[in-house]
Write a protein that binds this ligand. Sequence first.
Ligand SMILES: [Zn+2]
Length: 321
Amino acid sequence: MRARINRWTSARRNLIFSNKIRASLIQPHFLVAGENIDQPIAGMPGINRQSVDILEKTIDSDMKIGLSSHMLFLVMDEANKDSTASYASNPSSPLHKAVRSLKDKYGDEITIMTDLCLCTGTDHGHCGIVKGNRIDNDETVHELVKIGISHAKAGADYISASDMMDGRVEQLRKELEKEKHHSTGIMSYSVKYASSFYGPFREAAESSPKFGDRRSHQMDVRSGYSEAIMEAQTDESEGADIIMVKPGLPYLDVLREVADAVVRPVAVYNVSGEYSMVMASNPTVDQRRAMVCEILYAFKRAGADIIVTYHAREAITENWV
Ligand SMILES: [Zn+2]
């Protein structure tokens, strides 16, 4: 446990401790290989897959409006996928390049979260190393730690562990310490349900499993508060710096329970399916403002310190919050 991690930079302090909603928003981005790629994602109007050069321009304009917290997802070419997601720790991947160049340019003014899970890079699309037709937890953790360390070396502020394997926070924290990344944080998806609201994201990240589903590691949607609290407190005790609840809207009650049960800051992920539901009603700007504000207030009321949302850019640009 290193309490200073969340205080390390002005950008981290603003994200975590400000009482203004606009400061607590994180914008997700999808990164692809190549140049000059700015590809819309069906089902998520306004959200594109981008190559590093275009992402840099997008984040330049985000930084100018005061949107300084960014979560990066790597969308990998099929040719680079294999059974262990080995390319995910390659320092020349678009994600590593983007982190290095953004941290070079903005230093402590930007907060970058890098997504950590194997599903982005496995040829079968599962979140772990598959043995038979099951995911092997401990071998998966071994691979996750390798990838996480490579993100830390590139300069990520927080490793955003979305995999839901047991024990990965502890192993990652140990290795970060060993490699002297004392100021790199872990944002843990502690309470992540096997939700049906992830559909548009899986299309965006091309990360759908080729067989089976994710119910052997993500939480059962029927599960009650005690399991959520157990997961959150376990990650906290293993050294997570931020505890995440995902999805957001169907789990506001869980968010409240978790926020009351942990000491560390709590984030909520307003997921792709929730975003798509708002956008699919073709709201006018005024209607969108009203809907988005209502959603963000609900997250705050339920105890979220941090909100990951595809609405971040518009909410800040239009001064909705
Ligand atoms: Zn995954």
